[in-house]
Ligand binder design. Structure first.
Ligand SMILES: Cc1ncc(COP(=O)(O)O)c(C=O)c1O
Length: 322
């Protein structure tokens, strides 16, 4: 494989067979963490910028791209904007991990870190207020708005869902973590067309409001929201499974031990949801789950017992060492 640009470092057909994960079933994890910048969000970043270009809205070396991101989209956009010649301003918050923030800066983005949540709408609400101010003062600036951007969803119809459909003759269950719900809505729409019997399971953390949950504190970035995303309004998952952050941590540790791969928090949540639903799988079902990123950048958080002790509420004392 020879590439001419780092943005071609995308691996569309990487599936980890989870032998023994659920008895009698083939379970697969679609690995997106090997893409350049380390996550599925590279695809959304390319998709949303190309959409603006195709509609003549964004012009290299003239347009400033503005976005709110808890990390992965921010790094992906930083790379895509640098390679295409756009100035990029990313608004993030203290939940984003340091490696992601440094990655954005090294790729040339301007990073604004919100250090206090809005009392009613949380960090996300506060980030959106900051974006409003930037758009008023920066000429030729455009907010991508990944939470409402149809190109975000279309990317996952045209790419993520198509990649899964190419690999499998049938898919009975698909498990997808919900952040902006771009992945969830695109994968649901794309796969339902090909496999009408498929059950789409949305996975979200406790404390997220996307599917009507009560707002609460969350420390793991990636999935969950404090303001319901516009894209979520048209998503109709067959079921929503809510996972506590402590169960997410346990699933990440168990996966590193049993499958020898460090995965990110949203992957841990999806794995915990699959375990929870395993009793409902019929014999011979094919189960696919999306793993948006890998775990190395969470070694100081999800994989650090002292961080977990300090940041994640637990109902019972649990030993967290793998
Ligand atoms: C690690 C991780 N998992 C899951 C998601 C959720 O993806 P989406 O925004 O498409 O719902 C994100 C989004 O940033 C993410 O960074």
């Amino acid at each position: 494989m020879i590439v001419d640009s780092s943005t071609q470092l995308v691996f569309p057909d990487l599936f980890y067979r989870l032998s023994g994960f659920a008895a009698g079933h083939d379970a697969f994890l679609k690995l997106e963490g090997f893409n350049v910048t380390g996550s599925i969000k590279l695809k959304a970043a390319i998709g949303m910028i190309e959409d603006l270009e195709e509609r003549g809205i964004a012009v290299p070396f003239e347009t400033t791209i503005v976005e709110s991101s808890s990390g992965n989209l921010g790094v992906a956009l930083s790379l895509v904007c640098a390679s295409k010649g756009y100035r990029f301003i990313c608004v993030t918050d203290l939940n984003a991990n340091r490696a992601n923030m440094r990655g954005m800066e090294v790729y040339g983005a301007e990073v604004i870190v919100v250090d206090k949540p809005d009392p009613e709408t949380g960090y996300l609400g506060k980030r959106l207020q900051v974006i409003d101010k930037i758009l008023k003062v920066e000429p030729n600036s455009i907010w991508l708005n990944q939470y409402a951007n149809i190109a975000n969803k279309m990317t996952h119809i045209n790419k993520t869902a198509a990649e899964i459909a190419r690999e499998f003759d049938k898919v009975d269950w698909v498990f997808v973590g919900a952040g902006t719900t771009g992945t969830l809505s695109g994968v649901a729409e794309g796969l339902r067309e090909k496999f009408p019997q498929i059950k789409v399971i949305a996975v979200e953390p406790e404390g997220s409001v996307t599917f009507g949950g009560k707002p609460g504190p969350r420390a793991i970035p990636g999935i969950g929201t404090s303001v319901k995303p516009k894209l979520a309004k048209s998503v109709k998952p067959d079921e929503v499974v809510t996972i506590s952050e402590m169960d997410t941590v346990k699933a990440c540790l168990a996966f590193a031990k049993d499958y020898h791969l460090l995965v990110g928090g949203s992957t841990g949540s999806v794995l915990a949801a699959m375990k929870q639903k395993a009793g409902a799988f019929a014999a011979g079902d094919t189960v696919v789950a999306i793993s948006p990123d890998l775990g190395e950048k969470y070694l100081d958080t999800i994989y650090d017992p002292s961080w977990v002790d300090a940041n994640i509420r637990r109902s019972a004392k649990t030993t967290l060492r793998a």
